[in-house]
Design a protein around this ligand. Sequence first.
Ligand code: S3P
Length: 458
Amino acid sequence: MTSKPTDHTTSDARSVSFAPTGPLTGRITVPGDKSISHRSLILSALAIGKSEITGLLEGEDVLATADALRAMGATIDKKENIWTVHGVGVGGLIQPETAIDLGNSGTSVRLLMGLVASHDISVTFTGDASLSKRPMGRVVDPLSLMGADFTVRTSTDGKACLPLTVRGLCPAVPMEYRLPVASAQVKSAILLAGLNTPGLTRIIEPVLTRDHSETMLKGFGADIAVDVDQDGNRIISLVGESELVPQTITVPGDPSSAAFPIVAALLVPGSDITVENVGINPTRAGLFSVLQQMGGDISFENQRTVGGEKVADIHVKHSKLNGIKVPADIAPSMIDEFPILFVAASLADGQTTTTGLSELRVKESDRLSQMAEGLGLLGVALTEKEDGLIITGSGGQPLTGCATNTAIKTALDHRIAMSFAVAGLVTNTGATVDDMSPAETSFPGFIDLLAILQSAAK
Ligand code: S3P
């Protein structure tokens, strides 16, 4: 099964309108965790022998990673619900024959740049209009210190961008690197480069970001240790060149996807839903804690650990929300959830203030400006700051909705598209989203799942 990343650059009949709805009810599951899915494929491709993965996210981003790994020698197939990966071993990637198109997926390109950096191969990566605008210097810089060589396109504002070519160095040079930006993608790129590098690669992480790479590398048998120094920095130490052992992996539901039906249920009067089997790793669960502090009735049932990750069934009931000052230091644990938090804040009672969010400007879109623009069209009172939004909520009253013939722009960003789909449910006149197709990158079946929650109450 191969797939080509969809080109989201042309928007035609992809606009969808979301109308006010009755209560959302029922029990659902959401697709597998995107971060864990990418890492499952990548680490399995480096193990010698057969790994099996269930619950893999079959969104375009993850399928792009699978295709890239196939092009570099891994054998990846799906039978019934199980994905099998026959890996090539650490250091065993082969030269792909053509450039690799990673569509919309920043995680794919940044992690794979790390992988290639310590192999004796040269790979050109391309992406769609959104990915081609995103900054790659944060990965190019550390990987260059390890000896990889890059040719990049320089954007008009001087950023290193796609298309770019990585020429790996084997053996690469191990290093100690202090992360200048709180980014799990940068951390993971360096760790993946370190796997095929002799000696000790050390990463100093001043701000904790999602820790799936560290957990999974340990599970695959890598020589990795995590400590905390006296200043509170996390120190990740990886000794390269050990073999990885194939694994059987169960991917939990993605908390970043669960966020959409959860906020929808909080906002739509009379709702009562359960999202089953959602990952609640503390490095990812910031949104749930913020929503609870706002007064959200959210409970974690049947808590368990699956494949080293904490999982729960999340039970949510419609709630009256209050505005909140969101502390900047919670941002890394909910970095992808701010667009949908802004929707929740728009219906809350009082003001919600967010700061420290300049990273949102370099995601799949500039999420601060896209959300400010779209919420403005729905009648929300807000101020856009350089590093956050200040939103005055409606106190539970429906938002006005879009004017006729007006569509909210999603700018090739799946999380903007899904956030405004949810917002449309709590308007007077509905909201039209100009292009829902980006939802396929992380949440295939999103619109159908919303419809299931709507119809269960009838
Ligand atoms: C991801 C890390 C985050 C997140 C992205 C997935 C990952 O990006 O926004 O959706 O899987 O490592 P940054 O590392 O750039 O914060």
